[in-house]
Design a protein around this ligand. Structure first.
Ligand code: CGF
Length: 822
């Protein structure tokens, strides 16, 4: 289906055939969902040839393969992205137009496979796209949750969570592979069994087991015939699968196993940067990890007799602590099933597993109560126990008599299994996701480990795929970029550097701003349709879209909107450029302050949007159900990108990069990857405010921050905070926002007041916002900065990130897939 060989006629006739075969319908009879299914099936057929050819290349070349293990893959819709990567988007769009069909309407029928919460899952999706595009053999390994991230409804300003039954119409881009199923065992007990020759092995008995059934999703590389695979594991009861054992009469056991299987893959835990510590979650982790390792080993054994060669051909990347039980599972398989001695097995394991840390927030580093871990995974626990015992000896040898070190670094301590410690003890690589984050890991959070194993630590600054977030999300800008630098940027984003000279050119500036305006009109339409709010495309679109979390400080943003409102009310003729403040965020269902912040944003919107004194100069919009598909439109339309986390708390951020790619100017703290964006784009083209990470950390250590002082001495801040509890934005219930007010001013329940330094950073944030107000009036200067943002985004492609993983950690072989037919 490459542009040079794409045959419209053939495509159209295949779509019609598929409609007939799937639904016994003609085009005129079919609805949009059925057409989506038929178009997708046609596209999948095209992909199949490449997928087959890729697998044949794997068979022939036996390349080293990465298994990217992640509990989350936030894929977003596949149809449009696959067409982009097959270089057939425009042709298919035209072909469908000839049939009177609109591709974007068809794309809209696809559910967003939302098998992830936020940045971590979306990163995994971008990585898969880059792996295939760069031509590396890769399997993503995750879970096929029956319900993905909940759909968010806003009802009376409150978030309501609605189940996301994404599979209800059937998902065309997946392939069930029951022939590659594996058994995964839970519970039971372990006993030693002695052979006549004096040998001993452990026997696991009385366990419950489920079968892991893989569903493969194709990951299409850009214009290179490579199709990698995302395996999502479904669970099924063994007794149902192997029907005959029902006949044997163990009915209760069969029902228990069926329940276990159903529950295992039922839902994605909707927490981001926070762990609930639920037993079921540990089961989910072990389930997909065990199945993935079994599949990897089976693939390896097709070509190799000696398991010692495993590190030459296989690497497991553990995305966060979630899959780190992989360390012990691989050990278990090597020792119990392959019959290796401990040292041999450890040597293989520690050359196969690598770990990525995504956060320094302690509430996100998983720790399991030993009781749960041992009960659910008795044999795996024994292995962790032994790893811990040996690890403590290593620490003792290195720091004789230092009990404190042992306590801090132990894998088993205080009744808990510390998964990050397990990952670092075993992993041959430990990486952070942005320079600053990695530095904080090495110098502070994981300092003891860094001191012991400095060679393991490295940084891999995150990245995003330009194919989805520019080529697909913003076709107008994509064409403009191509016009100036050629198509090379699609697979080599560093080429956008050639745009820099155009930043000074008034004609180009105008064209660029025209494109931005068109994208703003597209978003304004969406907002009108979904929120019923009329927004002015000539206002500044100031956007904060991301998960709702206190450290990301949506509260700072909305408090500042309240402050501006007060200013405008008391001085209607003040210098003020019209602004549309756009928010989009899901809050974890049990996260009270996050949900309250959503309600506050909506209430502030309600008051300000209807206040005639404001004359429409400020509009506030909360976009319901922020997700990958609407994100694409939002990034394309943004002027200002709010990246305002408390310095040191956001490990990297990736939304920041998507905005930059689409020519928005960042308003941010020196946090996460913002720091590197600042280095790339230069101080003149980014708005930086607030305390540095060092300052934040110093205040945290000295416990010397007192927000009450700011409240008492700054009348504007005082007024804004009082408005949280005087009914200005909650006329019917003055107490509604009391908890937010309290969270800023008083220590409570072990949480210190204004833990995220909102008041401390408020003034410098407001000043920077004021600068944006003036700068935007200078259209040429703004356009120049916006173009320079695009020109300096090259570093933030996930292609660059993946190449660094390959060069420094994975050492994969490049593959070339040849196809006869093309
Ligand atoms: O991972 C995050 C994201 N929230 O999922 N963390 N986790 N866990 C970080 O907070 C982001 O800063 C980071 O960009 C992302 C991917 O590494």
């Amino acid at each position: 289906m490459r542009s040079n060989v794409f045959n419209k006629k053939e495509f159209v006739s295949n779509v019609k055939d598929n409609l007939k075969n799937l639904y016994r319908k003609t085009l005129d009879e079919a609805n949009q969902q059925e057409i989506f299914q038929a178009v997708s099936t046609t596209v999948k057929d095209e992909i199949m040839d490449r997928w087959l050819a890729t697998q044949q290349t794997f068979e022939k070349d036996d390349p080293k393969t990465v298994y990217y293990m992640s509990m989350e893959f936030l894929m977003g819709r596949a149809l449009g992205n696959n067409l982009i990567n097959l270089c057939a988007y425009k042709e298919v769009k035209e072909a469908l137009e000839e049939l009177g069909l609109d591709l974007s309407v068809i794309e809209d029928q696809e559910p967003d496979p939302a098998l992830g919460n936020g940045g971590l899952g979306r990163l995994a999706a971008c990585f898969m796209d880059s792996l295939a595009t760069l031509g590396y053999a890769a399997y993503g390994c995750g879970i096929r949750y029956r319900y993905g991230m909940f759909k968010q409804k806003i009802s009376d300003g409150f978030q309501v969570e609605v189940p996301d039954n994404w599979l209800k119409d059937g998902y065309p881009f997946e392939l069930r592979r029951p022939e590659y199923c594996y058994e995964v065992r839970f519970g039971g007990n372990v006993r030693p069994e002695y052979g006549e020759d004096g040998s001993m092995k452990f026997v696991h008995e009385n366990y419950q087991s489920v079968l892991a059934i893989p569903y493969d999703m194709p990951i299409v590389g850009y214009d290179n015939n490579v199709v990698d695979t995302l395996i999502t594991w479904d669970a099924q009861a063994k007794e149902v699968f192997e029907l005959d054992s029902f006949d044997k009469g163990n009915y209760e056991q069969a029902v228990a196993q069926e329940n276990l299987a159903r529950n295992l893959v039922e839902v994605l835990y909707p927490n981001d940067n926070h762990v609930a510590g639920k037993e079921l979650r540990l089961k989910q982790q072990y389930f997909f990890v065990s199945a993935s390792i079994q599949r990897a080993l089976a693939r390896f054994k097709k070509h190799h007799d000696d398991i010692h060669d495993l590190p030459e051909k296989v690497v497991f990347q553990m995305n966060d602590t979630h899959p780190t039980v992989a360390v012990a599972e691989l050990m278990r398989i090597l020792v119990d099933e392959e019959g290796l001695g401990w040292d041999d097995a450890w040597n293989i394991t520690t050359h196969c597993v690598a770990y990525t840390n995504h956060t320094i927030m302690s509430e996100a580093l998983e720790k399991w109560p030993i009781e749960i871990f041992q009960r659910l995974l008795p044999r795996v626990y024994q292995i962790v126990d032994e790893i811990n015992r040996r690890f403590l000896i290593e620490i003792e040898n290195r720091y004789p008599g230092n009990e404190y070190k042992k306590q801090k670094m132990a894998i088993l301590w205080d009744g808990q299994v510390k998964m990050a410690h397990l990952a670092i003890a075993a992993g041959f690589s430990v990486n952070g996701v942005a320079k600053l984050h990695t530095e904080i890991l090495m110098n502070q959070e994981l300092k003891d480990f860094y001191d012991m194993y400095p060679q393991k630590f490295n940084n891999k600054t995150n990245g995003i795929t330009q194919r989805r977030f520019l080529a697909h999300a913003n076709p107008l800008l994509a064409d403009w970029v191509t016009k100036h630098v050629g198509k090379g940027w699609i697979t080599d984003l560093s080429q956008v550097a050639k745009l820099a000279p155009y930043a000074e050119d008034p004609k180009e500036q105008q064209e660029f701003m025209e494109i931005k305006r068109k994208n703003k009109i597209r978003l304004a339409k969406y907002i009108k349709e979904h929120n019923g709010i009329e927004v002015n495309p000539d206002s500044i679109f100031d956007v904060q879209v991301k998960r709702l979390h206190e450290y990301k400080r949506q509260l700072l943003n909305i408090l500042h909107v309240m402050y501006l409102y007060n200013q405008l009310k008391s001085n209607p003729n003040m210098d003020f450029y019209p602004r549309t403040f756009i928010f989009g965020a899901k809050a974890a269902a049990g996260y009270r302050n996050a949900k309250l912040t959503i309600k506050l944003i909506n209430n502030v919107a309600e008051v300000i949007n209807h206040d005639p004194d404001i004359q429409g100069k400020i509009k506030v919009v909360f976009i319901e159900d922020y997700r990958v598909s609407n994100a694409e439109w939002i990034f394309a339309a943004a002027d200002v990108s709010e990246q305002i986390s408390t310095a040191s708390k956001e490990a990297s951020g990736t939304g920041n990069m998507k905005f930059m790619l689409n020519g928005a100017l960042t308003l941010g703290t020196m946090d996460g990857a913002n720091v590197e964006m600042y280095d790339e784009v230069g101080a003149d083209n980014i708005f930086i405010f607030g305390m540095s990470a060092e300052e934040v950390i110093a205040h945290e250590q000295h416990k010397d921050y007192n927000p009450m002082e700011i409240y008492n001495n700054d009348p504007d801040i005082h007024k804004v905070l009082n408005q949280l509890i005087d009914g200005t934005f909650s006329a019917n219930d003055k107490e509604l926002f009391r908890d937010l007010y309290n969270s800023l001013l008083s220590n409570q329940g072990g949480k210190i007041a204004d833990r995220y330094f909102i008041l401390a950073d408020f003034r410098s944030y407001a000043n920077e916002q004021q600068k944006i107000n003036s700068y935007y009036r200078n259209r040429k200067a703004w356009a120049k900065s916006a173009i320079l943002n695009v020109a300096h985004v090259g570093k933030f492609s996930s292609d660059r990130t993946i190449q660094e993983y390959v060069d420094d950690i994975w050492h994969l072989d490049k593959i070339t897939v040849k196809m006869d037919r093309i």
